[in-house]
Write a protein that binds this ligand. Structure first.
Ligand code: AMP
Ligand code: ZN
Length: 112
């Protein structure tokens, strides 16, 4: 998608602090970190949101999920981490390219 912020980050058109990439995913630091560690994990192909997934994406999604613990450890998060996926306007999604927030640090607020 030519007008997508995260697609432009993947191509290098918009700079970012890249942490990891392979043939399927791209990982970079959130520009407005809400925790000591705050990464965004995105597929290299454009998918609008979790709402747009189909069975064609099964291998991609399992690949992403399996990378998350290693990514957390690579950031020094040896004692747990949090993942968040905001979906759609009511879910608080601001960027329309599927992304997983990977957050960690000692003082994450409780959700309840
Ligand atoms: P969401 O609200 O789930 O759509 O999250 C979008 C995230 O993208 C927010 O946490 C923003 O801080 C982050 N963000 C927006 N622009 C950039 C950028 N240029 N580089 C890195 N992160 C960004
Ligand atoms: Zn995109």
């Amino acid at each position: 998608m030519s007008d997508c912020l995260f697609c432009k980050i993947i191509t290098g058109e918009i700079p970012c602090s890249n942490v990891f990439e392979d043939n399927k995913i791209f990982v970079f630091k959130d520009i407005n970190p809400r925790a000591a560690v705050h990464l965004l994990v995105i597929p290299k192909i454009h998918i609008d949101s979790l709402d747009e997934l189909s069975s064609d994406h099964q291998a991609l999604i399992s690949h992403i999920m399996l990378q998350l613990p290693d990514l957390a450890r690579s950031q020094g998060l040896d004692n747990g981490f949090r993942t968040i996926i905001n979906t759609g306007p009511d879910g608080g999604q601001e960027v329309g390219h599927l992304h997983i927030h990977l957050l960690g640090g000692k003082d994450l607020p409780s959700f309840n």
